[in-house]
Design a protein around this ligand. Sequence first.
Ligand code: ATP
Length: 446
Amino acid sequence: MEVNKLGDLQTLVSLSKRRGFVFQSSEVYGGLNSCWDYGPLGVAMKLNVKKAWWKAMTRRRDIEGLDAAILMHPTVWKASGHIDNFTDPLVDCKKCKSRFRADHLDPSKPVCLNCGSEELTDPRSFNLMFKTHMGPVEDEGAVVYLRPETAQGIFVNFENVMTSMRKKLPFGIAQIGKSFRNEITPGNFVFRTREFEQMEMQYFVKPGEDDSYFDQWKETRWNFYLSLGIDPDNLRFHPHGPDELAHYAKAAEDVQYKFPMGWQELEGVHNRTDFDLSQHQKFSGKKLEYFDEVAKEKFVPYVIETAVGCDRLFLTLLCDAYREEVSVDDKGKEDKRIVLGLHPSIAPVKAAILPLSKKPELQEPASKLFADLSDDLDIQYDESQSIGKRYRRQDEIGTPLCITYDFDSLEDKQVTIRHRDSMKQDRVAIDQVKNYINDSFKNYGE
Ligand code: ATP
């Protein structure tokens, strides 16, 4: 048997539409460029991605959660540097009118990525923040921005969280939420979009201890990706050189993933120093300091940030999970099994109940099993077409287990459970199915 991994993103775009993961936004109107809607399986899987992150980040004593508003006081963006610095260098091709980020072009020989022309405009700065107006009057005084990152909601709530939760350093604040960036060149499916979700955590530490926490967080985040089953050969760290570092950062390393279009950033781990808290202190006039009771000293904490896009991690997990198993039977006929080898914690459907026939005597007990299991798990019920076709449909959406209820089940009170990856089948007593599922998820990958 030959196993092929994902060759191009288009394969995933088609699978996502065919199977209800992701649809083009406003498709009936011809779509809106680089905006995507998550379908029934997409929203279930995305929730699982968020749950995995939230669990890893907040089920510990030193990190608290937050859900700040998308619209914030406009001075936040002055203080953070976004109004002055959150720009990309934009160039236009004079020939075909395509637009690019100058930093995406080859610096030694910049040419249009669309038509190859060397006739490009000089780069000019383009602010990536979406502007809108608050209230009925569209004057300059009413301008607000859609947040371009979730981090600032955390910085301005540093004092609130620390006081209400009686936190001592080091401690962190974690948040999941939408961010908006008017990207010059969005694309590659949900890799880069103008509206996306971020999962960010800011960890507040004593200055001087920042380097060691930076290293710890790099390791923790790396292990998180391994725990989701991502192939370590497709992951690497990319340290930022001095010319890549953001204006606020002392150190930054990206976790990169080997996407079909090459190595690209999945997550950023940044040492933001005391930049953000100091800036908010300066612009708001409010103290954002920590008092160290042991050393009897006051200081503005340093921040280690981990920032990953939820949509980008969703895409990463799909890319990593996709495989085609190609085999040839005795008669020389080729067969292709498409499998999403998703980790059970991420798979949108955990198990499918497949009654062997639509006869009521099977429908009724199979529906009962569905009702019993779906209290705790995302379960699908599928009774249309042959059992072979149903298995393949479940393989293609990454369902780890298929549970077949057949005519023997009526007598022996057992069902057949088939595993997605090995295709191994076990006969299991119906009252043991829950335990069987739990055990096989617990031992997944061993
Ligand atoms: P780039 O340089 O590629 O524009 P960035 O370095 O500015 O990205 P960060 O500000 O560090 O990105 O954002 C943190 C994370 O948020 C990124 O690692 C990525 O996973 C996600 N992200 C950023 N921009 C987008 C986007 N336009 N669409 C989807 N996810 C994004």
